[in-house]
Design a protein around this ligand. Structure first.
Ligand SMILES: [Mn+2]
Length: 211
C-alpha cells in the first residue's frame, strides 16, 4: 500500500513571548522536509490574539511562503480561535500552494498530486461553540485525514471550540485526526492517530494513500 508522509504542527501563537516562535517553526519545517514530508499541515492559532503585531503577521506569511516556495511542499491549514481573535485573517494574502476551507463549513480539500483527501473546518468566532464537526463525512476507504482546531469532551480546556468526541472522530474512518487548540501534546487514540499535536511539536506521520 502506498503512503504519504505528513509533517503537522499547531498553536504557534506568534507574538506570545513563551511560544516557540517563527525561528523554531522554520527550522522544524526544514528538518521535516529533509525527513521526507510530502505535505505540511497546520492546525490553527498561527497568531496570538492578545500579542500579535504586524511584524508577527509578516513572519506568519514568510513561514507559509517558506513551505510553498522554498521547500516546495503544499500546506493545508485551518484558522484557530486566536487567528479570529487577532483580527488579522482578512490581512492574510492568498498564497499559491496554501489550502484551507474557504467558508465556515466542513470542507473537503484536495491538493494537486497528493493522494489524500483532507476534511477540515475553520474556527470563525472566538469562542466558537458551533456543533459543525458532526458534519465530517464518514468514509470507507484509506487516504482521508481530519484537520481540526477543536475541543474534545471539554478536556484540557474551558474554551468552547468546535466541540466533538473521540468516539465521533474514530467513527469517521480517517487515517488520522490532527488537532490544534490544546497546547500540550495529547494522544487520544493511537491507531488511527487522534490527538492534539501541542505547541512546539512537529508531528511526522505516515498515512495510507487513497486507493
Ligand atoms: Mn491555541
Amino acid at each position: 500500500m502506498s503512503t504519504v508522509r505528513l509533517a503537522a504542527f499547531g498553536d504557534l501563537h506568534l507574538g506570545r513571548s513563551k511560544a516557540p516562535g517563527a525561528r523554531w517553526a522554520r527550522e522544524a519545517l526544514i528538518d521535516a522536509t529533509r525527513n521526507g514530508a510530502d505535505a505540511i499541515v497546520f492546525t490553527g492559532d498561527l497568531l496570538d490574539k492578545k500579542k500579535a503585531t504586524g511584524k508577527d503577521l509578516a513572519d506568519a506569511v514568510d513561514l507559509f511562503r517558506l513551505v510553498t516556495e522554498e521547500l516546495e511542499r503544499p500546506l493545508v491549514h485551518v484558522w484557530g480561535n486566536h487567528d479570529v481573535g487577532s483580527g488579522m485573517i482578512p490581512l492574510f494574502p492568498e498564497i499559491s500552494g496554501v489550502h484551507r476551507p474557504t467558508d465556515d463549513a466542513v470542507a473537503e480539500i484536495r491538493v494537486p498530486d497528493l493522494p489524500l483527501v483532507f476534511h477540515a473546518v475553520n474556527v470563525t468566532q472566538d469562542p466558537d461553540p458551533r456543533d459543525v464537526v458532526k458534519h465530517l463525512p464518514r468514509v470507507e476507504e484509506p487516504g482521508h485525514v481530519g484537520i481540526l482546531h477543536s475541543e474534545v469532551e471539554g478536556r484540557y480546556t474551558k474554551n468552547p471550540c468546535l466541540p466533538t468526541t473521540t468516539e465521533h472522530l474514530l467513527s469517521r474512518g480517517y487515517e488520522a485526526c490532527l488537532m490544534g487548540h490544546v497546547h500540550s501534546p495529547v494522544v487520544l487514540h493511537e491507531e488511527p492517530w487522534i490527538g492534539w499535536i501541542g505547541m512546539g511539536q512537529m508531528l511526522e506521520i505516515e498515512v495510507a494513500a487513497l486507493p
